[in-house]
Design a protein around this ligand. Structure first.
Ligand code: UD1
Ligand code: CA
Length: 466
């Protein structure tokens, strides 16, 4: 059976009070509609149509080639929204799954179960329902005495008796594609909201003698639609717990799940331990046996195995096996360190490549640099990469030693095995194996310290008398 999907995403989302279109609000780092489309993909839908309206361009440019689009110019109801897809899917034979772009928590497992029931019962329509603690505002599932589904009634059209029903319509369904578009032609807008309700299709099919079914989701959270920022945070929390759990089951120790933020696409190897206060974002991937956190803010970073990162920030960086970063290090985009490197406290790297076994242990800035293997960069040494107009490159060869508080004024090269003594300001290349010293020679004035103090004291006493 050919399976297709329609994702409704034309509504404005007024209650978000946002410049950002609703379905583009991220949940665990990924726009809500992105989560829904991923679920659709996992459920093996062959064609996916996104119904866009408000913010159509922005949604289309985010979704790109992942789906086809139809425009719903005016939002006249969910039934009307689905009808817009007829131009693309009208001629298809098969099953059409309908979802909303603002229900990020639905899983492909649930969609597959919905499809399975739908096909087994040869139904014309199967709705995904949930029993919820607070059904306020949602469509209610109407069943007869024997439990068979009769239809869906919107809150605003409910009798008092129907209002008490706690089984609700999640807004997700499977339909026989041809029957769906046929029935939609009969949907009218003579209801409390003056909208064309998709839910009416259920009753229309039932009255035509078709089988309609309901599949009850075991976890009502899957049906949660985000309408405002409160709902957004709730969805975030539930999704976050789900993501952490997935990693735990795969062998990652998460010391405090409530204080750990892992975005949807992050990859983590087994036996890695995540300490509290850690945020792992974007396309971050972490190997095995790492210790991450406490307080690590890691974005789009590729981390090998056996790595330690604590109290540090990294973005678009690469960290080789068994390296250690932090505490209080900042690896900015383009930082790439090899295996067994050490990036210590208050070190900032930017667009800098470091070979294996290189150490930058304290208080350094290394920017726009290419540093070899087994290099030691002393405390407080910095690359001077910017003259106010241009960025210039510093190159440091293998086994070089850069002493404490050295300024390397780029563009400049320090050759393999060279030695730059502490406090030097290096403006010229240092050939391999050379020793560079670029500082004033020291002068000692015998017993001068006491003289200096006496003079200073006298000045203070004079000032006091005036
Ligand atoms: C709908 C269901 C209700 C269900 C609830 C679950 C109908 C008539 N009612 O409620 O039974 O319990 O979802 O959340 O279907 N949309 C469009 N175009 C439109 C209208 C809506 O694209 O013209 C989209 C919205 O962007 C949203 C989704 O459809 O993603 C649902 O719309 P919303 O207004 O939130 O649903 P309700 O009609 O309140
Ligand atoms: Ca809604």
């Amino acid at each position: 059976m050919k399976v297709m999907a329609i994702v409704l995403a034309a509504g404005q989302g007024k209650r978000m009070k946002s410049k950002l279109y609703k379905v583009l609000h991220p949940v665990c780092g990924k726009p809500m509609v992105g989560h829904v489309l991923e679920t659709v993909k996992e459920a093996a839908c062959e064609r996916t149509v996104v119904v866009v309206g408000h913010g159509a361009e922005a949604v289309q440019s985010y979704v790109g080639n992942e789906a086809e689009f139809v425009l719903q110019e005016r939002q006249l109801g969910t039934g009307h929204a689905v009808q817009q897809a007829e131009s693309l899917l009208g001629g298809e034979q098969g099953t059409t799954v309908i979802l909303y772009g603002d229900t990020p928590l639905v899983t492909s497992g649930t969609i597959r179960a919905l499809l399975e029931l739908h096909e087994r019962k040869k139904s014309a329509a199967t709705v995904l329902t949930a029993v919820v603690p607070n059904p306020q505002g949602l469509g209610r599932i109407i069943r007869d005495e024997s439990g068979l589904v009769q239809g869906i009634v919107e809150q605003k059209d409910c009798s008092e008796e129907q209002t008490a029903i706690t089984e609700i319509n999640t807004g997700m369904y499977c339909f026989d594609n041809a029957k769906l578009f046929d029935a939609l032609k009969q949907v009218k807008n003579d209801n409390a909201q003056g909208e064309y309700y998709l839910t009416d299709v259920m009753g229309i099919l039932k009255n035509a003698g078709e089988t309609i079914e309901a599949y009850r989701a075991s976890d009502f959270a899957e049906g949660i639609g985000v309408n405002d920022r409160v709902g957004l945070a709730e969805a975030e929390q539930l999704m976050r717990a789900r993501i952490v759990r997935k990693h735990q089951i795969a062998g990652v120790t998460v010391i405090d799940p409530a204080a750990t933020y892992i975005e949807a696409d992050v990859v983590i190897g087994a036996d890695t331990v995540i300490y509290p206060g850690t945020m792992l974002r974007g396309r971050t991937s972490i190997g095995e046996d790492c210790v991450i956190g406490p307080q690590a803010d890691i974005t789009d970073t590729t981390i090998g195995s056996g790595v330690t990162v604590k109290h540090s920030v990294t973005a678009e960086a690469v960290i080789g096996d068994e390296s250690s970063v932090g505490p209080y290090a900042y690896m900015r985009p383009g930082s790439k360190i090899g295996a067994r490197c050490k990036i210590g406290d208050f070190v900032e790297l930017k667009n800098a490549e470091l070979g294996d076994d290189t150490k930058v242990s304290h208080l350094s800035y290394v920017g726009d640099a290419k540093v070899g293997k087994d290099v030691n960069i002393g405390c407080g040494a910095i690359t001077v990469n910017y003259d106010g107009y241009n960025k210039s490159i510093t190159e440091i060869g293998d086994n070089a030693f850069v002493g404490s508080n050295v300024n390397l004024i780029a563009p400049v090269k320090v050759g393999d095995g060279a030695y730059v003594v502490a406090g030097s300001t290096i403006t010229h290349d240092v050939p391999a194996g050379d020793l560079a010293i670029a500082r004033e020679r020291q002068v000692n004035k015998p017993a001068y310290a006491d003289k200096l103090r006496a003079r200073a004291r006298a000045r203070k006493d004079n000032a006091g008398k005036q």
